[in-house]
Write a protein that binds this ligand. Structure first.
Ligand code: HEM
Length: 320
């Protein structure tokens, strides 16, 4: 079976296609990308737990001239063990539970400010007014971006997310701006650390193993890209689920169920459809030959709706 990823029906609602794949073609070809897709829960879990055969490294050209590397570098999500563990250790030292908890006030305050700007009873584009700016503002503050550069930071984040659809010269120019700003900020924080994430990242890098300035920049880029679009989509999908389903009434009566509603949206309508890996060797899946260096997509959004997996088993697997 061939999955046409450009089919407008698939793009509008991929879930019926995923169901058909789970039932009829647990490994399928994905065109026009020339990739493979795995759709069943057990297969997705097995694939993601086997980085020796299904590698995250060398998925895309990383280098790029000069500052351009900032547009596409994948940092730790583009590495396999043991490199991954080393880099992940640095993130682990930085994103500690108490620190994350301490950000709650900041997140609430940004959310309240954005909501206060929405006029009562008027139609509003929630993405523009709330779900897109919220994660960018929060991550900007957490990282320690200078407040007067907030507008630039929002523009930079947007470029990192959409540069493939833009004029190449403009993206290159923005890449240079990003690299120049962060290089200067890293220098400043190295000399005078504060309590922001950049200072903690520098300390964690220096403590563990000194990373090159380029590796540190790649980390910052990952945090920007990994944390903004995903959160925007999860917020939007959760709000839509609340407004269009029965959730609204349940959550008004039992607001303590909000965390479960978010978790369930993450499973049922999460922002990430697939994780891409590259086969490190020739292999065979359900009798299908898959060649070394082929791209294989673990369809996590399909796995999350696999009818054969009772919820308690899915939860058991949730954390590695
Ligand atoms: C709803 C929101 C989010 C979703 C759905 C999400 C999803 C994911 C997924 C699926 C991966 C694995 C990628 C792979 O293995 O190829 C990942 C990795 C990562 N994400 Fe997120 N993410 C979210 C929010 C965030 C935020 C807010 C941050 C930071 C501020 C963040 C930072 C990271 C980092 C650092 C990694 C790499 C972890 C590793 O390789 O060990 N993410 N995320």
């Amino acid at each position: 079976m061939i999955l046409n990823a450009k089919d407008p029906n698939f793009r509008y609602n991929p879930y019926p296609f995923f169901r058909q794949l789970r039932q009829e073609a647990p490994i399928a070809r994905v065109e026009p990308f020339g990739a493979w897709a795995i759709s069943r829960y057990d297969d997705v879990i097995a694939l993601l737990r086997n980085p020796t055969l299904f590698s995250s490294a060398n998925m895309s050209p990383e280098d790029g001239e000069g500052a351009q590397f900032i547009l596409q570098t994948r940092a730790l999500i583009g590495t396999d063990p043991p490199d991954h563990a080393r880099l992940r250790g640095i993130i682990g030292l930085t994103f500690t539970p108490p620190r994350i908890q301490a950000w709650e006030g900041l997140i609430r305050s940004h959310a309240r400010t954005l909501l206060a700007a929405i006029k009562d009873n008027s139609a509003v584009d929630l993405v523009t007014a709330f779900t897109a700016p919220l994660p960018t503002l929060v991550i900007g503050d957490i990282l320690g971006i200078d407040r007067e550069r907030t507008a630039d930071f929002i523009r930079w984040t947007d470029t990192l997310l959409t540069w493939r659809n833009r004029e190449h010269n403009k993206a290159e120019q923005t890449a240079q701006e990003i690299v120049d700003y962060f290089t200067e900020l890293i220098d400043r924080r190295r000399q005078q650390p504060t309590d922001d994430l950049i200072s903690h990242l520098i300390a964690a890098c220096d403590h563990n193993q000194r990373l090159t300035p380029r590796e540190l920049l790649a980390f910052l880029r990952l945090i920007l890209v990994a944390g903004t679009e995903t959160t925007t989509h999860l917020l939007g999908n959760t709000i839509r689920a609340i407004c269009t389903g029965l959730l609204w009434r349940s959550l008004r009566v039992s607001p303590f169920l909000v965390p479960q509603a978010i978790e369930e949206t993450l499973r049922f309508d999460g922002p990430v459809l697939a994780l891409a890996r590259r086969t490190a060797e020739d292999t065979e899946i359900y009798g299908q030959h898959v060649s070394k260096n082929d791209t294989i997509l673990a369809l996590v959004a399909s796995a999350n709706r696999d009818e054969s997996v009772p919820p308690w088993r899915a939860c058991k697997h949730a954390s590695p």
